[in-house]
Write a protein that binds this ligand. Structure first.
Ligand code: SF4
Ligand code: SF4
Length: 76
């Protein structure tokens, strides 16, 4: 099982805290600059990398519903 993060992500960071596999990368490339300028905007969506084991722990804590199950090699 694989997961990916969609645009509902508000960059709260909860998923990264619970992920025990270092599989969630932050999307801070733009938000760090915005923070310095004083604007309060949500950060870029987080990204799940290839370390993901599909354990599902992140899914349980993502209250905005931004983490989706991705079916790979699914036979249709
Ligand atoms: S995917 Fe969900 S839990 Fe993770 S940072 Fe985005 S909103 Fe927060
Ligand atoms: S499914 Fe598990 S390993 Fe994959 S990103 Fe979520 S918490 Fe990390």
């Amino acid at each position: 099982m694989r997961y990916e993060i969609n645009n509902n992500c508000i960059a709260c960071g909860s998923c990264a805290v619970v992920c025990g596999h270092n599989a969630i990368d932050t999307g801070y490339s733009h938000s760090q600059i915005k923070d310095i300028s004083g604007k309060q905007e949500f950060g870029d969506p987080f990204i799940i990398n290839n370390n993901c084991t599909g354990c599902g722990a992140c899914l349980a804590v993502c209250w905005p519903g931004a983490i989706e199950e991705v079916r790979v090699n699914q036979i249709t």
